[in-house]
Design a protein around this ligand. Structure first.
Ligand code: NAD
Length: 399
């Protein structure tokens, strides 16, 4: 694939490093950046044959097969409409829109143009996430009851993130989009997210948007997806996920503790350790291959393979729209301090009424509440009578 990248900033460079790493064959051939000096520098750094200072010129270039949107949030929609007009395949960074209404307009544009569209939710492609998701899908943790996804750091690196108009919000829109989509995957994308309860506040930074939030997303089958996001966290980038199911548990630490720890006095160390690391001396927690730990290579492989195979990628514009709808409800809840309904004008999953509670039977007469081996070796079984509701226990004494 020949790729045109729009934007030459932080994520643009991460994407270019991932795409041009090792011996990958899909190449960026064109970069769009407003300022010629930035476009030229990016093109020189990654050996690109073309650069442009007009978005249309980059998108419409005849050699370009696919457009990679790496622009600030307020420019995603304009870029997607230009791709639809030029009938070019498009892959767009997160969050898809600043609101669900914006995301819906983008979804409609790509669907009516009949072009390929992929949502670049990298944290749903990390090696640890993909393996965890396989386990969940195999049933290793049973029915997923509760997921917890956390992304926290000391705040973003560019001015526009801190401007609510351009970004669409603070930590919720910037980081919550990752956490919500991680939980949706674990709980099951076909299960409708129904309501959100969210606390958000501006605790540290002098901005209009929230710099810290915690939310609960309730799904139609009773599962809960918890998100914890912060631009006030000190000590690096905390990316952790948990899955709690009826048959098991998964805990994942994707970044701050990957098993690589080192100490340096700081002598001779001149800078970068890992994304959002706040120190380069003392005990440090570097990340072996950041692009891999953050999911970029698997994400691009899925996107380009999907294009070639004529299938949908794992993360689509529709997913981006659902995420935006959940985040809209989170903002409404933070304001109202109540559970807020998620407004999904276009729901493509299961009927939300389709779920029922199934208690585990012990035998014909009883449900099993739980079984436990006590410290003295006795085994206790706690039961509930199916008709009377009486709770009793049976104890088998240790031999
Ligand atoms: N993990 C991830 O997937 C991830 C990580 C970081 C950022 N992002 C997303 O990538 C996008 C860009 O973020 P970033 O961190 O690269 O930001 P950035 O500020 O580092 O880079 C943005 C780029 O857009 C350009 N730009 C800014 N305003 C513009 C305008 N009005 N017109 C044209 N170009 C303009 C800048 O010059 C720069 O090249 C955002 O949507 C962000 O949410 C995703």
């Amino acid at each position: 694939m020949n790729i045109a990248i729009l934007g030459s900033g932080f994520i643009g460079r991460f994407y270019a490093e991932s795409l041009h790493a090792q011996r990958r064959r899909d190449r960026i051939i064109m970069v769009y950046s407003r300022k010629e000096e930035n476009a030229k520098r990016f093109a020189a750094d990654y050996g690109l044959s073309h650069y442009a200072t007009m978005m249309e010129e980059a998108i419409e270039h005849p050699d370009v097969d696919v457009v990679l949107i790496s622009l600030p949030n307020h420019l995603h929609e304009e870029a997607v409409h230009l791709c639809a007009k030029a009938k070019k395949a498009v892959i767009c960074t997160k969050p898809l829109g600043r609101t669900a209404a914006e995301a819906m307009r983008m979804l409609k544009a790509v669907e009516s143009a009949g072009i390929f569209a992929g949502y670049l939710e990298d944290l749903c492609y990390t090696p640890k996430f993909l393996k965890s998701l396989d386990s969940v899908k195999r049933g290793d943790v049973g029915k997923v009851l509760w997921t917890k996804s956390r992304e926290a750091h000391s705040g973003p690196h560019s001015d526009w993130f801190w401007d609510k108009e351009k970004s669409g919000g603070g930590a919720i829109i910037d980081l919550g989009c990752h956490c919500v989509e991680i939980s949706r995957n674990f709980i099951g994308k076909q299960i409708k997210p129904m309501e959100v309860m969210c606390w958000a506040d501006t605790q540290v930074h002098p901005i209009e948007a929230e710099d810290h939030a915690i939310g609960l997303v309730k799904y139609a089958n009773g599962a809960i997806g918890q998100f914890e996001v912060s631009w006030t966290f000190r000590g690096g980038m905390d990316l952790r996920d948990e899955v709690m199911g009826t048959e098991g548990t998964i805990w994942v630490n994707s970044f701050l503790r990957t098993g690589f720890e080192m100490f340096t006095t700081g002598k001779g160390n001149d800078g970068y350790v890992a994304e959002k690391a706040e120190s380069n001396q003392g005990w440090l927690f570097p990340v072996g291959d950041e692009a891999h730990e953050l999911g970029y290579p698997h994400m691009f492989t899925d996107m380009f393979s999907a294009m070639e195979e004529g299938r949908e990628p794992l993360e689509t514009f529709y997913d981006g729209y659902v995420v935006n709808a959940i985040l809209d409800a989170a903002y409404a809840s933070a304001e109202s301090k109540r559970w807020e309904t998620i407004q999904l004008t276009d729901w493509r999953g299961d009927d939300p009424e389709a779920y029922s509670q199934n208690w585990t039977s012990y035998d014909e007469m009883y449900y099993l509440i739980k079984e436990e081996i006590l410290p003295n070796g006795d085994v206790t079984v706690i039961l509930k009578h199916k008709e009377t509701g009486e709770v009793t226990q049976k104890v088998t004494l240790a031999k």
